[in-house]
Design a protein around this ligand. Structure first.
Ligand SMILES: [Cu+2]
Length: 134
């Protein structure tokens, strides 16, 4: 019983560290095709609906991501292993900027925002750590 408690508190500690990554820095995507910046309208990010700007450009050439880029965004809470079901509204604003409205975090804590990009055969993805306040 005592051992179980120690393990649980250690997991809490680890997840606390994972959420401290800054948001506005350029993030390289997993396949290295793009680089993106995420800027939330609210800082800190809080429970409920959040809006953000996603800036995407091509790695290397620095060309802005095309408007035709298909983007999918899913918020995932690793500690409880759940997503939120609502899909945010994504609008291309030109120059590689995408406005994202209604990204829903259903509870406070450490979340990951999983972003998938598809531009006709060039698939890529990125994970952004977000600390969500009450
Ligand atoms: Cu949760």
């Amino acid at each position: 019983m005592k051992y179980g408690l120690i393990v649980v508190s250690f997991v809490f500690l680890l997840s606390g560290w994972a959420g401290t990554v800054a948001l506005a820095y350029p993030i390289a995507t997993e396949q290295g095709h793009y680089e993106l910046e995420v800027e939330f309208a609210k800082n800190p990010v809080t429970v409920g609906m959040n809006d953000l700007m996603l800036k995407i450009h091509e790695q290397g050439s620095r060309k802005p991501g095309r408007e035709s880029l298909k983007i999918e965004i899913v918020p995932w809470m690793p500690m409880h292993e759940h997503v939120t079901m609502e899909m945010p509204e994504i609008t291309p604003m030109g120059e590689g900027n995408f406005q994202v409205k209604g990204l829903n975090f259903s509870m406070p804590g450490d979340w990951e925002v999983h972003i998938r990009m598809d531009s006709g055969g060039k698939e890529d993805s990125a994970v952004v750590d977000v600390k969500v306040g009450p």
